[in-house]
Design a binder for this molecule. Structure first.
Ligand SMILES: Nc1ncnc2c1ncn2[C@@H]1O[C@H](COP(=O)(O)OP(=O)(O)OP(=O)(O)O)[C@@H](O)[C@H]1O
Ligand SMILES: [Mg+2]
Length: 371
């Protein structure tokens, strides 16, 4: 009997088609000849360049991708180290960042052709940018308490001096100017409180006039709102004393009103309200400014999330953390073009809510009737 013939292709590689292999890659591949004409584009190249590979093939590389002389320069530079990072504007004005590698492809009897492989690294670059921003913020965060501490005392001294001068000076013009200085100094103090809130807790053991703290903080914003043509309205009834830290409340107001002012233009309105309902203390800041896109609304409470070029993304996160850590809650209602409402609520121990329902005069009358 004839023995079975040995397999000619033990690894099975004969079944594999080179083009199918290239098409299965996540990285884009282009092959161009020595004149810069594209002879092959795999599926990933088609995806990134947003054209069918069959349309790309046969075109000059400069028409769909990069100028040929530039690719030749890259070829000279590519020493097999990190890929070259480039920004490219694609059809529809879409900007992508690509990591590109270029290598020679020897073709028998002809000048070397060129293989380009590239990946869309936009997301990686975004993440890298975000990482660098967070590192910068962490550095600022580490030195911030010291800076705030150093600034607090001189600021208090300036405030006191200006207060004394305001009382002594008779010249009305000078008094008005000085009053502006006074407002700005108080705003600076409030801004420091706004970012210095992170180490403080909302609940305390000593009762404070929270209604006064809210009105005081709003008062500091009035000049700025007026100048910007924004109507800043405050509706806060007299509240009982609450075991809450007024500086945290001022910081919350600072952050919410600053956001609202940023979102508003001339003619817009901001309304700040607060009160006690049932066993809940609540603060609401509502504006009819630009509002938030759903994606922004979803992320706005996250620490370091910002849509502003100079924002840190900590304001809302600090407000939300201080209320949630104390057992309270935050609700965000917002729609683009209509405005935003931020509502903070906090359960108040019965003792504190009771004070509000029993008015001092009533209880005195009660006592005299009884007595
Ligand atoms: N009233 C608002 N109207 C529209 N968008 C808002 C409003 N408040 C917050 N946002 C959105 O939520 C994001 C996060 O707000 P947050 O206060 O946490 O950070 P920030 O204002 O960007 O920076 P920071 O407060 O640290 O200076 C803002 O960048 C903005 O996109
Ligand atoms: Mg903010």
């Amino acid at each position: 009997m004839k023995p079975p013939s040995p397999p000619t292709d033990p690894s099975g590689t004969a079944k594999l088609k080179p083009l199918a292999i290239l098409d299965s890659l996540h990285s884009a591949v282009l092959v161009i000849d020595a004149e810069g004409k594209i002879h092959f584009a795999n599926s990933a190249a088609g995806n990134i360049l947003q054209r069918e590979p069959s349309v790309i093939q046969g075109k000059e590389v400069g028409e769909v991708f990069l100028a040929f002389p530039f690719i030749q320069q890259l070829l000279e530079k590519d020493k097999g180290e990190d890929p070259e990072e480039l920004a490219l504007i694609l059809p529809g004005n879409r900007k992508v960042y690509l990591g590109i590698r270029v290598s020679r492809l020897p073709v028998s009897g002809e000048e070397d052709w060129i293989t380009l492989s590239f990946d869309d690294i936009s997301e990686i670059l975004e993440l890298r940018k975000e990482r660098d921003r967070l590192l910068e913020l962490a550095t600022v965060g580490a030195v911030m308490p010291t800076i705030l501490h150093e600034l607090k005392n001189p600021l208090a001294a300036i405030t006191t001096s200006v207060e004394v001068l305001l009382e002594d000076i008779e010249d009305e013009e000078l008094k008005n100017q000085l009053y502006l200085v006074f407002t700005e100094v108080r705003r600076m103090k409030l801004a420091f409180e706004g970012i210095g809130i992170s180490g403080r807790t909302l609940r305390t053991n000593s009762p404070s006039a929270i209604d006064y703290a809210i009105k005081e903080a709003i008062g500091i914003f009035q000049v700025r709102a007026q100048e910007a043509g924004i109507d800043l309205e405050v509706q806060v009834p007299n509240l009982p004393l609450l075991d809450l830290d007024p500086s945290v409340i001022r910081a919350v107001i600072y952050n919410l009103v600053t956001n609202a002012i940023h979102a508003c233009s001339r003619g817009n309105r901001i309304r700040v309200e607060a009160g006690i309902e049932g066993k809940q203390f609540w603060i609401g800041v509502e504006d009819d400014g630009e509002g938030m896109e759903p994606k922004v609304k979803e992320k706005c409470l996250e620490m370091f999330f910002t849509t502003k070029s100079s924002g840190s993304g900590i304001g809302l996160a600090l407000c939300s953390n201080s209320f949630r850590n104390a057992g309270g809650d935050i609700q965000v209602e917002s729609s683009p073009g209509k405005g935003t409402k931020i509502l903070l609520s906090l359960p108040i121990p019965p003792k504190e809510t009771e004070i509000q329902t029993v008015q001092p005069r009533q209880s005195l009358q009660q006592e005299s009737k009884n007595g």
